[in-house]
Design a protein around this ligand. Structure first.
Ligand SMILES: *Cc1c(COP(=O)(O)O)cnc(C)c1O
Length: 335
């Protein structure tokens, strides 16, 4: 099976399965799971934060960050395209009584400081209290420039806002920029990381932040039903995602570039190669291509894609160059 729908589809490696089998565990709600404790402590230090909490998903990690930074009646600034605005079921409003204030994303995924400044509400009972700016990196496969992150930090300091990073794919950003992840994380009050995407863990995300923020997040995680007991089974695989799989992301990025080039050779398909910065390819399809039909027929050939125009294709640990060649071969016959 060649699955290009997302980098969430990876299967755990043999090393992960071994680590899961051998993990020392305890009841993490009592703080007794040594493998979870080790992961949280290691991840906090590694990314320059005081504390960390292991979560069931990236959605949960982001929600805990929002509920940790914001009180009922507060609002957070974010992009119209932000995952934690558009793709998380409105969780901040539904479960946190927190109002999103989305701003149109610029073409490169950033948010304009002029537009952000204009959206900050005065302290007045008419308005929600603007408390937090939430950025996302990578966003739709694009990397936010380091200089922009430094400006965002300054902007937040000037306006008494906290700064959160939805870093579901922050390691893709670090690898693409060829910098240590600290160069990104240092600007933020909190950061989430998905371990179950390009990094290949079966389950789990981390939220990183101050001791106070993580204590609050730990309370909310329990309230939200996210108190997991012998979670060391998951944390053992998650640690391997961070220690062994970061260096493999570069290959995913190379494969995405290769995929984009091959797509560009097909009539009726167009990819802007300059926009392929990490492991995602967005291909524009001509009118003659019936993507629903193509998706169905590819499925019969054991190739999975998401039907859409632009067509989003994602490379990951379980995709190699010959998978891409096979996909292109099937696709070229179907379009
Ligand atoms: C996938 C994703 C999430 C949510 O992660 P889940 O583990 O699927 O809940 C959050 N933010 C971004 C940018 C993502 O891509």
């Amino acid at each position: 099976m060649i699955d290009l729908r997302s980098d969430t589809v990876t299967r755990p490696s043999e090393a992960m399965r071994q680590a899961i089998a051998q993990a020392e565990v305890g009841d993490d709600v009592y703080g007794d799971d040594p493998t979870v404790n080790d992961l949280e402590k290691w991840a906090a230090q590694r990314h320059g934060f005081s504390d960390a909490i292991f979560c069931s998903s990236g959605t949960q990690a982001n929600l805990l960050a929002l509920m940790g930074h914001c009180e009922r009646g507060d609002e957070y600034l974010c992009g119209q395209q932000a995952h934690n605005y558009k793709f998380e079921g409105g969780g901040a409003a539904v479960l946190g009584s927190i109002q999103p204030q989305p701003i149109e994303n610029e073409a490169n995924g950033t948010l304009s400081f002029d537009k952000l400044r204009a959206a900050i509400k005065p302290l007045d009972p008419h308005f929600a209290r603007t408390t937090l700016l939430s950025l996302e990196n990578t966003i739709a496969g694009k990397v936010l420039p380091l200089a922009y992150l430094a400006q965002a930090r300054e902007f937040c300091d000037n306006h008494q806002l906290k700064l959160h990073l939805d870093g579901a794919r922050v390691y893709n950003a670090a690898v693409a920029l060829n910098v240590d992840v600290i160069e990104i994380s240092q600007h933020f009050d909190s950061m989430s990381i998905c371990l179950s995407k390009g990094l290949g863990a079966p389950i789990g995300s981390l939220l990183l932040g101050s001791t106070q923020l993580i204590a609050k997040a730990r309370r909310w995680r329990k309230v939200l039903g996210g108190g997991m007991r012998q979670a060391g089974l998951l944390a053992a695989a998650a640690k391997i995602a961070l220690t062994e799989n970061v260096s493999k992301l570069q290959q995913d990025h190379k494969n995405a570039k290769y995929l984009a080039e091959q797509l560009n050779n097909l009539a009726g398909i167009e990819v802007n190669l300059a926009e392929v910065e990490t492991n995602m390819v967005y291909a524009k399809l001509g009118d003659k291509i019936d993507i629903n039909k193509v998706t169905e027929e590819l499925k019969n050939k054991n190739v999975l894609i998401s039907a859409g125009n632009p067509m989003r294709l994602v490379t990951h640990l379980d995709i190699n160059k010959s998978d891409i060649d096979r996909f292109i071969q099937h696709l070229s016959i179907l379009i």
